[in-house]
Design a protein around this ligand. Sequence first.
Ligand SMILES: Cc1cc2nc3c(=O)[nH]c(=O)nc-3n(C[C@H](O)[C@H](O)[C@H](O)COP(=O)(O)O)c2cc1C
Length: 275
Amino acid sequence: MSPTTAALRAALAERFGDTFAVPDDLPGQEELLRIATHATHRAWTDQPIAPEVLTLLGACALSAPSKSYLLQADIVHVRDPARRQAVQALVPSMPWMASAPALLVFCGNGRRFRQIFARRGQPFVNEHLDGFFNPTVDASLVMMNFIRAAAATGLVCCPISVLRDQAQRLAEILEMPDHVFPVSGLCVGYPAQVRAINPRLSLAATWHTDRFDDAGSDALIDEFDRRFVTNKEKYAPAQATGRPASWSDEKARQYATPQRADWGRFVRARKFDLS
Ligand SMILES: Cc1cc2nc3c(=O)[nH]c(=O)nc-3n(C[C@H](O)[C@H](O)[C@H](O)COP(=O)(O)O)c2cc1C
């Protein structure tokens, strides 16, 4: 077995607590290994990212598929120090963002198409929820493509949806017009540390064949909770003060208070009709 095949099998076993067959001669394993070992990073070295590399990654990211070829995703690179500082001030809970060599904001753009219709004097007849959902999906795919392209060059990222807690202020700082909205920020830089793989729910819970079936959900979540705790104990034993909380405990606590309940109001104020 090649070292890449072995590493891919090991990464997926760690991620899912299961073994996956990897044919030795399967092409593309270097890329699969990068995907399988994905980790979000929140600390970066101070090595800057060459501007041409950042632009190159942007171009690769924007090569993503686009719903109906409507091209409804844009990226704002927050380069100006004053604006960057203003954005940073929106998220005092995440001071580590400030040290990221680059901050991008991935946006859904429902404006371009409306402009095309206006120029033609044609009524825009797609004022409904789908008109908001499609740019959201496009922007998400572009951000994921950016993360993958960045990983191929040795860069690591952290998506920042917490920026949307202050969506209106963010839109003002970045001068986003109506029908343009932030989907997520993204910190980018060279990694300052090695990060462990965070486990995922097993495929028995998330991969369905022919029909959606979550009949065994409780047991599968319990199984994931056990792996989650074991993984935490393995990688952060020094910080362990008693047994770490399980994934469902952690998430039930995290979501026990309403989060971003005003998002709908913000989106409607951007002139999207969500009916
Ligand atoms: C859309 C999106 C938004 C996110 N927003 C934040 C954020 O605001 N702050 C943060 O620290 N991590 C954020 N993350 C990172 C997740 O917390 C991370 O992906 C998750 O904990 C799993 O860890 P992993 O990516 O290392 O496997 C975000 C991830 C996604 C996909």
